[in-house]
Design a protein around this ligand. Structure first.
Ligand code: PAF
Length: 312
């Protein structure tokens, strides 16, 4: 296996989307599945990537954390709350010079992971691509690309590394930045304005522009979010926030946000790494964020009621 090969941990909607895009560009990649995933027995997996009326089939070799092949380049697309456990599970497979790219929503885990495993190069990523997993068809999985966005990668002290040239070949807009913190704050701000509302109202992103009361809620949330983002030292990430949020809502109008997908599937959400991080930062800076706090509480309550419902 060549050392440019990517291993993808977390084949949910975004992990599957990038696996297909890398494969389409001729960049080798394979999927690392949980040992309990029944697909592992087959050794390979087809993923159908749908965009508009076009569907392409991609075939991937599968491995588990226990497979023998060393991992040189690892893209981790798990949920924020699963990142550390997922990386720990593949540690024996990581080559000494491994690059780990984290492509999850939210803030609060990046530094912890880089400090925990200093021998690896840890790069943060962030994407505004919209994608969701459609139902499984027999042995295939299907991912719907619901809106094109921008994908940033960066690590503060590094220029663009050699491996990034492969990402410039894929059919997506990928950018290297030396100011990843600003990008992560911008993305956090956008997610805080979109995800909790869509999860609580069970609606597509587009409804936040179409329904008057939701559009108003987005506008009010953006005021609080921009204030915290600016006070946290990222004024550039706060500039014209409402305009940017509305642009993302329109570009991903047909998407079910990742938080809505989590709630619908009865999974925990990333609320603690999104609105939770924003509200904690606001508290530290003595800024009132009643609207965000109320969404934080409402999503946490929804998660708890789902868990109780499952255990009943
Ligand atoms: O979390 C998500 O769903 C996405 O980050 C975004 C950009 C809000 C599109 O749905």
């Amino acid at each position: 296996m060549d050392s440019r090969h990517w291993h993808i941990l977390g084949a949910g909607s975004i992990g599957s989307l990038f696996a297909c895009l890398l494969d389409q560009a001729g960049v080798g990649c394979s999927l690392v599945l949980r040992p309990s995933d029944p697909a592992l027995e087959r050794g390979s997996l087809d993923i159908l990537l749908r965009e508009g009326s076009v569907t392409n089939r991609h075939n991937f070799a599968l491995g588990s954390p226990a497979s023998a092949a060393p991992i040189h380049q690892l893209l981790v697309c798990t949920k924020a709350y699963d990142l550390e456990e997922s990386i720990a599970s593949v540690l024996p497979r990581l080559a000494p010079d491994a690059v780990i790219v984290l492509l999850a929503n939210g803030l609060g885990y990046q530094q912890r992971i880089a400090e925990q495993w200093p021998r690896f190069t840890v790069v943060s990523g962030s994407t505004t691509e919209g994608a969701f997993r459609a139902t499984h068809h027999g042995q295939n999985r299907e991912v719907q690309r619901a809106g094109r966005g921008i994908t940033w990668f960066g690590a503060s002290e590094l220029g663009a590394p050699d491996w990034f040239s492969d990402w410039q070949e894929i059919d997506a807009h990928c950018v290297w930045t030396s100011d990843m913190d600003a990008v992560l704050w911008r993305k956090l701000a956008i997610n805080c304005a979109i995800n909790p509302l869509t999860a609580l109202h069970h609606c597509l992103n587009g409804a936040l522009a179409e329904r008057h009361e939701l559009a108003l809620a987005v506008r009010e949330l953006c005021v609080e979010i921009a204030t915290v983002t600016e006070a946290a030292g990222h004024p550039e990430a706060a500039t014209h926030l409402h305009t940017s949020v509305m642009e993302v809502i329109r570009a991903t109008a047909n998407n079910r946000s990742s938080m809505l997908q989590d709630i619908s599937a009865g999974r925990p959400t990333e609320i603690d790494y999104l609105t939770g991080h924003l509200v904690a930062t606001a508290e530290r800076l003595h800024i009132a964020t009643p609207r965000n706090r109320s969404l934080l509480n409402a999503v946490r309550e929804l998660e708890t009621s789902q868990t109780l419902g499952r255990n009943r």
